[in-house]
Design a protein around this ligand. Structure first.
Ligand SMILES: Cc1ncc(COP(=O)(O)O)c(C=O)c1O
Length: 385
């Protein structure tokens, strides 16, 4: 079956954050969900369950739990047990629970910037200190690299937790097994727990392969909480269904203790959506990734041709582009400039860490027609500067 990612579906009136915040004349390419209809098996599954009129308390769905085990085995040759799986309502909840579980107030957490803004809120929410290890842009290779020396040096005596983002939002890197092994080994030496946010791990482009850091070695697995979800992959983020995989029983116990009273699993309907997504939608995902790869190529070509002062980097994963506007000579912050002059809503780079004030993040998970219109508006506005 061929799925349609080209049709523009009006999301106004659905309480979509992405489409509801800005005025109607703005094309919103910010919040990270896509403008694509969910795969038919998910829609069918939800309709079927909703038709049964009792919506009471639910247990964890054995189908969803098995689907997660099968997915990890088939994709990564990673064997996990049923009891390693803890359902959580979201990835952000997951790394907040991990922060509470692992650290005492006043201790510190390290992560790599630029970064998805809720990474900054997790330590702040839990009275913890933040240490940042900025990724370095390698001008020769035109890609972002990990500064391992800085990572190792910045870890302090009271640093307990490393929150990893792989694939990385916003720079779109898929970290290699070698890079992940080096990070993992430093965490083993320094006795850090790793919370690995792998929410974008299904949206990977040709030539790249995702590696769950916990699958690299039993030593790394013992200190890792892996967070995955069908939410980005299948555009069902509104259902709030995510999964923590924790193979070390002591670590799992600490994590579930931190959840107690704050989280009682995942709703029955979200579990239905997640189970259908993980068991019946692989061909849809293959086609969506192909479509997104086309969008990525279109975006990078258009920017290189029409907006040469805006610098990009290769995008190996995610439907997010990280645009460096520091050479564009803008009179204003780039986010404000594009909103005002192009009527395009992007994410403000400043929210991704200090030093990224001249960047914007653009979500290209949208029909090509919308992407083309937004890029056209941005290039027209830049040409007037
Ligand atoms: C890296 C990353 N983690 C987590 C999330 C959000 O996860 P959730 O909605 O499950 O809390 C996003 C959404 O954009 C993300 O990009």
């Amino acid at each position: 079956m061929n799925y349609d990612f080209d049709t523009v579906i009006d999301r106004h009136g659905t309480n979509s954050i992405k489409w509801g915040v800005y005025p109607e004349d703005v094309l919103p390419l910010w919040v990270a969900d896509t403008d694509f209809a969910a795969a038919p098996p998910i829609v069918e599954r939800i309709k079927k369950r909703i038709a049964h009129p009792i919506y009471g308390y639910t247990m964890d769905s054995p189908e969803l739990v098995s689907a997660v085990q099968d997915r990890m085995r088939e994709r990564y040759d990673w064997e996990i047990n049923r009891e390693d799986i803890v359902l959580v309502p979201g990835i952000v909840s997951g790394f907040n629970f991990a922060s509470r579980a692992i650290c005492e107030p006043g201790e510190s957490v390290i992560f790599q910037t630029p970064i998805y803004p809720p990474f900054f809120a997790a330590p702040a929410n839990n009275q913890l200190r933040t240490i940042t290890n900025p990724l370095v842009f390698d001008r020769e290779q035109e890609t972002y690299r990990i500064d391992f020396e800085d990572f190792e040096q910045k870890i302090q005596k009271d640093t307990r937790l490393f929150i990893l983002c792989n694939p990385h939002n916003p720079v779109g890197r898929v970290f290699s097994p070698e890079e992940l092994t080096q990070l993992g080994e430093i965490c083993c030496q320094k006795d850090l727990i790793i919370c690995s946010d792998e929410i974008h791990s299904d949206i990977i482009y040709n030539g790249h392969k995702h590696t769950p850091i916990a699958a690299l070695s039993p030593e790394i697995a013992r200190r890792t909480i892996t967070l995955i979800a069908p939410s980005k992959t299948f555009n069902i983020a509104g259902f709030s269904c995510s999964v923590a995989i924790i193979q070390n029983p002591d670590l799992r116990e600490r994590f579930t203790a931190a959840c107690k009273g704050f989280c009682s699993g995942v709703s029955f309907i979200a579990q239905e959506a997640g189970a259908a997504a993980y068991t019946e939608c692989e061909d849809w995902l293959t086609q969506m990734n192909r479509y997104l790869e086309g969008n990525r190529d279109f975006l990078l070509d258009t920017i290189a041709r029409e907006m040469p002062a805006v610098h990009t980097n290769p995008i190996e994963a995610t439907y997010l582009a990280w645009l460096d506007c520091s050479d564009a000579g803008l009179p204003d912050k780039p986010h404000a400039f594009f909103l005002e002059n192009a009527k395009v809503g992007l994410n403000d780079g400043a929210a991704f860490g200090t030093g990224y004030e001249k960047f914007v993040r653009l979500n290209f998970g949208t029909p090509r027609k919308i992407l083309a219109e937004a890029l056209e508006r941005m290039s027209r506005a830049l040409k007037k500067v």
